[in-house]
Structures are given as structure tokens and as C-alpha cells.
Design a protein around this ligand. Structure first.
Ligand code: DHB
Length: 389
């Protein structure tokens, strides 16, 4: 089949790109190896930057984000037995929204299908050919196991951290700048009311915990754990004990735990984001550790740059924006990499940390919460830097 833009991956990046291209009159095909059900039910992060919310609402991608999402004007940083509020509204006049990523995906999939657009599930991309030529091709296997080729004017890899498009762009499926971390997050979903009005990010001698939310009756919580831990090996009582111990001074409201998972930590930026007529966006281009919830927001920021660049290239033959895409995108990507690394190192206890490391970390936390200047950096980065207009 032929199309103008072949988009590999029906996550936030791929689906939003298709939506923005359609609004500009550019046809695309989106494929994903997963099923619609899998995409719409996998639990991911839940915090949207103000600019992400504005993008979704203003482009008609999601009416529900404003109706059903919850605005949060701050977070609590907790350490040494006390909590300190970071007042986003007061510090930078911005906010974030709690609205789960799989709800964003449900909205984007519904919008795309309602517009009668080509979106295919269970279709696996194998490789990209001739990315540097004028008509690149994607070689795929369709839902019935039959070979399929999509010929396009441009190929976009929005296919996540194990991207198959990456090799065509960077020359290697793994090539990039990496950082590993010696810990992971144990995540749970439970049936309970919220324990606090806002999210709590807690640094404790036992390690990090994040008390997040999903709704009035469902809560999302995480605690720092060994990356090799077996999620099934904990009883519910052990999980509550692990969480409670990491938020000293707060009493969590407990309830049945109905889902658990272990999230690996990694920082990654691909060596290149674009080659010829192929580009990478979202996790295919970069991965951040979850602390600070930058993953989906960064994917949206990438797409906000790539959509107008493809519009100029494909409708007017103007290559200036696509030529500038990687450099412009990388500015924000490295700022978000730094912020995610910084939030992680600020709040977690590294295995083998010395008493010096511990006390230095508390000094760092006090320089954030004890100063409007320190707190404003966190507030600015967390709520999100301005997006391309
Ligand atoms: C959530 C995840 C994050 O990584 C974060 O920083 C805040 C919230 C969440 O899943 O709710």
C-alpha cells in the first residue's frame, strides 16, 4: 500500500502525529504490533504537562482530558519526616493534570477511527528500506501473518524503546547515549481513597516512594526496589509495610491491591533522530526514568515539532523545518533528560550510599524547598517548558 506518512507505533506519539497531520490534510497510516485492547489497558504514567493538555484539548484530540482530568497546582516533597509543598501555581503560574496515559490513548484511537482513518493493530514492522531515498518502504507482517509493504513519502518511528525504525535512522538498533540505574520502581494499583490531596514524592532512609492517584477510589503508588525483584513474591501486607515505611509522617489509606508491576530505570537518547525521510519520536528516540513523569510529555513535544516540519516538507517542498527538527527537539530532550535524572538522584537512595551522600542529598532537598529560586526550577520543569507554537 501507499501513503504519505507511514507511522510505526500507536502510542501517544504516533497517534497524535496522525491526528495533527490529518488536520493539515496529510494522509497517514498508523500500525502497531499490539492489539487495541492491549494499548488501551496497559497502565502507564498519569501526569500531563499543561502544554500537553492544551495540545490535546485545542486540537480536538481529547475532550475528556479537561472534563475528567484533575488539575494539580503542586506536589509535596517529603523527607526527614516532614512534607514541603512545591506551589506550581504560585511559583510559575502553571499546573499539571492527572489523566492516565491509557485514557489519552483511548481518546486518540477513538478520534482517529471516527475520522475514518487507517489504523491497524496486530501489524508488526520488520524493517525500513531506502530511508534515504524519496520513497522509503516499511516491510511488515500483518495480523494474519501475511507480508505487507507500505511505501511512503516519510516514515516515522514512534515504536517505543525497542524501535525497529531506529536502525534505519541511526545505523544501529541500539545506538545512543545511555545511563542505567541500580534500582527500579515497584508499582501498585489499589482500591482506596486518596491519601493526600496532591502527589507525594518521598525521600526516606529506606528509599523513594511516590504516592500518586488515579481517581476518587483508585490509587497508584510506587516504591524504590531492586530491579531483579519478583513482583509476585510480596504479600499485600509486605507491600503496605514497604510503602508506609517510605513516607514517614504520613498515614497511607490502604485497600486491596489489584495490580503490581516493576518498572525498569534507564536514560537513553538515540545518536540521531532523523535520516533522509525517516525520523524517530517518543521512546524510540529517547527514554527517561519515570521520576517526574516526562515520558509521554516529551513524546507530545517531539510531535509538536515534527508535524509542522512534515507539513512544510510534504505540502510545500520546504525542507528547513525538517532539517532543523533533530537539533530543536534535542534541546528539550536533554533538558528533560537532565530533569528526570535530577529528580531521580534527588529522591532515591543509591545502594551503597555513604553517610556523606545521604546528608548531601538532604542539603540538596533543603536548597529546593527552602528557596523560591530552588523550587521554581522544579516547578518550571515539572509543569513543562513552552512548546513550539
Ligand atoms: C505517576 C508516575 C510518575 O512517574 C510520576 O512522576 C508521577 C505520577 C503516575 O503514574 O501517577
Amino acid at each position: 500500500v501507499r501513503t504519505r506518512v507511514a507511522i510505526i507505533g500507536a502510542g501517544p506519539a504516533g497517534l497524535l502525529l496522525a491526528h495533527l497531520l490529518d488536520a493539515a490534510g496529510i494522509e497517514s497510516i498508523v500500525v502497531d504490533a499490539r492489539s487495541r485492547e492491549q494499548i488501551e489497558t496497559t497502565i502507564r504514567a498519569g501526569i500531563l504537562e499543561q502544554g500537553t493538555v492544551e495540545t490535546l484539548a485545542e486540537t480536538g484530540a481529547s475532550a475528556r482530558v479537561l472534563a475528567e482530568g484533575h488539575r494539580h497546582d503542586g506536589i509535596e516533597l517529603r523527607f526527614d519526616g516532614a512534607g514541603y509543598r512545591i506551589d506550581f501555581a504560585g511559583l510559575v503560574g502553571r499546573a499539571v493534570w492527572l489523566y492516565p496515559q491509557h485514557e489519552v490513548l483511548r481518546d486518540l484511537i477513538a478520534a482517529r477511527l471516527a475520522a475514518g482513518q487507517d489504523l491497524r493493530f496486530g501489524v508488526r514492522a520488520e524493517r525500513v528500506e531506502d530511508a534515504s531515498g524519496a520513497r522509503p518502504r516499511v516491510i511488515l507482517t500483518d495480523a494474519d501473518g501475511q507480508p505487507l509493504t507500505i511505501e511512503a513519502d516519510f516514515v516515522v518511528g514512534a515504536d517505543g524503546s525497542r524501535s525497529v525504525v531506529r536502525e534505519a535512522v541511526t545505523g544501529s538498533s541500539t545506538g545512543g547515549y545511555f545511563r542505567e540505574y541500580p534500582f527500579a520502581w515497584f508499582g501498585i494499583l489499589c482500591e482506596a481513597p486518596p491519601s493526600a490531596p496532591e502527589l507525594i514524592y518521598s525521600n526516606s532512609p529506606d528509599g523513594f516512594a511516590l504516592i500518586s492517584q488515579r481517581s476518587e477510589s483508585v490509587q497508584r503508588m510506587y516504591f524504590q526496589c531492586d530491579p531483579e525483584v519478583d513482583a509476585a513474591s510480596f504479600s499485600e501486607a509486605e507491600l503496605w509495610d514497604a510503602l508506609q515505611r517510605r513516607v514517614p509522617g504520613t498515614t497511607l489509606r490502604e485497600g486491596p491491591i489489584f495490580q503490581r508491576d516493576v518498572l525498569r530505570f534507564r536514560s537513553f537518547v538515540a545518536h540521531e533522530l532523523r535520516r533522509g525521510r525517516a525520523a524517530l519520536v517518543g521512546d524510540a528516540a529517547h527514554t527517561v526514568p519515570p521520576t517526574g513523569a516526562k515520558g509521554m510529555n516529551l513524546a507530545v513535544a517531539d510531535v509538536r515539532l515534527l508535524a509542522p516540519a512534515l507539513q512544510a516538507l510534504l505540502l510545500e517542498g520546504d525542507e528547513r523545518l525538517i532539517d532543523a527538527f533533530a537539533e530543536t527537539a534535542l534541546e528539550r530532550i536533554w533538558k528533560a533528560q537532565h530533569f528526570s535524572w535530577w529528580m531521580t538522584s534527588l529522591l532515591h537512595v543509591a545502594p551503597g550510599a555513604s553517610e556523606f551522600d545521604r546528608r548531601r542529598q538532604l542539603g540538596e532537598l533543603r536548597s529546593v524547598v527552602g528557596s523560591a529560586h530552588g523550587a521554581a526550577y522544579l516547578a518550571e520543569a515539572y509543569t513543562g517548558w513552552p512548546l513550539a507554537r
